[in-house]
Design a protein around this ligand. Sequence first.
Ligand SMILES: [Zn+2]
Length: 54
Amino acid sequence: MTCPICGNEHTGKLSKSRYFCSNCFVEIFYTRKSQLQLFQILEDGTTCAIPTEA
Ligand SMILES: [Zn+2]
């Protein structure tokens, strides 16, 4: 899984459809329809959805 934001190829796998880029602190999540969703992980541990253009 390559990070769609920074191109980092060493993303961590959280689960079957969830990945994490430690480079830009973004969680990459694939929905059942294979749509890409991005979540910015904030300093307090909460996540913030990043709008993506499908
Ligand atoms: Zn990244």
